[in-house]
Design a protein around this ligand. Structure first.
Ligand SMILES: Cc1cc2nc3c(=O)[nH]c(=O)nc-3n(C[C@H](O)[C@H](O)[C@H](O)COP(=O)(O)OP(=O)(O)OC[C@H]3O[C@@H](n4cnc5c(N)ncnc54)[C@H](O)[C@@H]3O)c2cc1C
Length: 481
C-alpha cells in the first residue's frame, strides 16, 4: 500500500483523537459528549447535532494542520466562533459527524496602528475585547451588536455582521482591510494587508466575508478603525407611525451633519416586552405612544450635538413627525434607553416559540411593506402578535411573530412556518432580502434557494466547488451539500 493511499483512508475516533491531542495538547480537544452542550445549543436554545469531536487550535498554523488532516482523510468540518449566529450555521450537522473547529483559543490582538487606523487580530477575538483595545488607543471599532460580548471577529467576518452603526460606518464588508484564511485543503492564505486602497485585481477577501465559513476558515483579520467618538447624544422620540419615523430619519441624516450613528425603530409593543424582561426599567415618556425611534449622534471632536438634536425635534414637531421625546441628560439615562433596545430581545425570548426574521427593504419601501405585511398577518392569524423593530436607518427590520399562547408547540411551529412563507413573498414583492444580517446558515436555506435564479445558483455552486470540491468545509450551509 502506498503512503498516498494510506493518507486517504478513513480514520477512526482513536486516530483522530491521537492526531489532535499530539497537535493541540489535551486541553485542545473535547471528545466527551457531556461537554458538547455549550457548542451545540445556541443563544436562542436551538440545538444542532453532536460533533464528532471538537478541536480548539490556538494558532493559524494549527488550524491549517487540522484542516489539511481533515482534507486528507475526508473528514467534514464546521467552524465555530461565538455561536451567536442564530441561523444554525455554526451548529454541527445532525446528519454527519463533523469535526468542529472552535476558534475560541485563537484570540490574540496582534497589532494596532493608530496612524493607519487599523488593527490586526486573531479571528477568535471576542468583538467586545477588540472594541476595548481600540478604545485604549483612542480609536474606535464601530461594529456594535447585542451579542458583542460573545461573538468573534471571525464570525463577524463570516456573517458580514451589521448591527447598530451600519448607517454611519457600514457592515463588516466595509470594515475589513485584510484577511488570513485557511483554505479547505489546508493551505494558509495570507491576505493580511493594511491598505485602505488596493486595486490589484479581484478582491479575494470579499469572497470570504459573508461566506459563513463555507469557503475557508478565517484565522486573522486587519480591521479598519475610526477616531474614537468623544461626545455622543442619545434620544428617544415618539412618532405617530412608521412613515413619520422614516421622514424623521431622512431629516436627521441631513440636519445632523452626517453624524447620525444609529436610528432604531421601537414600536410600543416591543417596549412592553422590554419592561417584561427588565421590570425596573423606567418608561421614558409620560405617555405611551404607538411608535418610537431611538437615535444616537456622535462626534470625534467638538460639535454642538444638543443644538442639532433640538433643531431636529423642533422641525420634526412642526412637520408633525414628532409627538414627544427625551434627550438623555446623562450617560446613565442613555444606557437605560439602550437597555430598552436590548431587553426587548430577552422579552421576546421569554415568550417561547416565535418566528425571528431579519429582512431588509429599500428604506423608502418600508411603510408600504409594513402595511402589506401587517394586513396579511392579521388576515391569516389575527391572534398572532407582530413584533417589528430594527435598524430602520439601514432598511433592516426584525419582523418577528409571537403565535397565540393557547396553541401547542407543533401547531405554533406549523402556523409560523406558514406565516413565514407569506411574509417572504411580500418581501420579494417589495424587492427586499430575507437576510439582512444573520445570513442563510441551515435555517434560511429553503427560502433562499427558492428565490435564486438559475444563473446565480450555477455561479454560487461553481464558487463553492472551486474552493471545496469535496464539500468538507462547513458544508450544507448557504447551499445544500
Ligand atoms: C442577542 C443577539 C443580537 C444580535 N444582533 C445582531 C445584529 O445587530 N447584527 C448582526 O449582524 N448580527 C446580530 N446577531 C447575530 C450574530 O451575533 C452575528 O451573526 C455574529 O457575527 C456571529 O458571530 P459568531 O462569532 O457568534 O459566529 P458563529 O455563530 O459561531 O458562526 C456564524 C457562521 O460563521 C462561521 N464561522 C464562525 N467563525 C468562523 C471563522 N473564524 N472562519 C470561518 N467561518 C466562521 C460559522 O461556521 C457559521 O456558519 C445577534 C445575535 C444575538 C444572539
Amino acid at each position: 500500500m502506498t503512503v498516498e493511499q494510506d493518507l486517504t483512508m478513513p480514520i477512526d475516533t482513536a486516530e483522530l483523537h491521537r492526531f489532535l491531542s499530539d497537535l493541540l495538547g489535551s486541553s485542545g480537544v473535547i471528545d466527551d459528549p457531556a461537554e458538547f452542550a455549550r457548542y451545540t445549543t445556541d443563544w436562542a436554545g436551538d440545538k444542532g447535532g453532536d460533533p464528532w469531536m471538537i478541536a480548539r487550535p490556538s494558532t493559524p498554523e494549527q488550524v491549517a494542520d487540522i484542516v489539511a488532516f481533515c482534507h486528507r482523510h475526508q473528514i467534514p468540518m464546521v467552524a465555530q466562533g461565538g455561536h451567536s449566529g442564530l441561523v444554525g450555521g455554526a451548529q454541527p450537522d445532525p446528519e454527519r459527524g463533523e469535526l468542529m473547529i472552535s476558534l475560541e483559543r485563537l484570540n490574540r490582538i496582534r497589532h494596532l496602528d493608530p496612524i493607519n487606523f487599523s488593527m490586526s487580530v486573531d479571528s477568535g477575538c471576542i468583538l467586545q475585547n477588540v472594541k476595548d483595545a481600540a478604545e485604549e488607543a483612542d480609536c474606535y471599532f464601530p461594529l456594535a451588536l447585542g451579542a458583542q460580548g460573545s461573538c468573534q471577529i471571525g464570525g463577524n467576518v463570516s456573517t458580514n455582521a451589521g448591527g447598530l452603526n451600519v448607517l454611519r460606518y457600514g457592515m463588516m464588508r466595509q470594515l475589513v482591510l485584510g484577511l488570513e484564511v485557511v483554505l479547505p485543503d489546508g493551505r494558509l492564505w495570507n491576505g493580511m494587508h493594511a491598505l485602505h486602497k488596493d486595486n490589484r485585481g479581484y478582491d479575494l477577501k470579499q469572497l470570504f466575508i459573508g461566506a459563513e465559513g463555507t469557503l475557508g476558515i478565517v484565522t486573522g483579520a486587519v480591521l479598519k478603525l475610526a477616531p474614537r467618538p468623544q461626545t455622543s447624544r442619545t434620544a428617544l422620540i415618539a412618532v405617530p407611525d412608521i412613515a413619520s419615523a422614516l421622514a424623521l430619519y431622512a431629516q436627521a441624516r441631513r440636519s445632523c451633519c452626517d453624524l447620525l450613528s444609529a436610528f432604531e425603530l421601537i414600536p410600543r409593543v416591543c417596549m412592553e416586552l422590554a419592561f417584561e424582561a427588565a421590570p425596573d426599567l423606567p418608561d421614558p415618556l409620560d405617555e405611551a405612544h404607538p411608535v418610537y425611534v431611538l437615535m444616537e449622534v456622535s462626534a470625534s471632536g467638538p460639535a454642538d450635538l444638543d443644538t442639532m438634536i433640538e433643531h431636529l425635534f423642533e422641525t420634526g414637531s412642526e412637520q408633525e413627525n414628532v409627538l414627544d421625546g427625551v434627550l438623555a441628560s446623562s450617560e446613565t439615562q442613555a444606557a437605560q434607553l439602550w437597555q430598552i433596545r436590548e431587553s426587548m430581545l430577552e422579552g421576546q425570548q421569554m415568550r417561547g416559540e416565535h418566528l425571528r426574521t431579519d429582512i431588509s427593504l429599500p428604506i423608502s419601501s418600508l411603510t408600504a411593506f409594513c402595511d402589506a405585511a401587517n394586513q396579511a398577518m392579521a388576515q391569516r392569524s389575527p391572534e398572532t402578535q407582530v413584533i417589528a423593530y430594527g435598524h430602520i436607518g439601514d432598511g433592516n427590520l426584525h419582523f418577528n411573530l409571537l403565535p397565540p399562547a393557547n396553541l401547542d408547540l407543533e401547531a405554533k411551529k406549523a402556523l409560523l412556518h406558514e406565516l413565514e412563507e407569506v411574509l417572504f413573498d411580500i418581501v420579494d414583492a417589495h424587492h427586499g432580502s430575507i437576510s439582512a444580517e444573520h445570513g442563510i446558515g441551515r435555517v434560511k436555506q429553503v427560502p433562499f434557494l427558492e428565490d435564486l435564479g438559475e444563473t446565480e445558483y450555477t455561479l454560487l455552486k461553481g464558487l463553492k466547488h472551486l474552493f471545496d470540491p469535496e464539500g468538507l468545509m462547513t458544508a450544507g450551509r448557504i447551499l445544500p451539500r
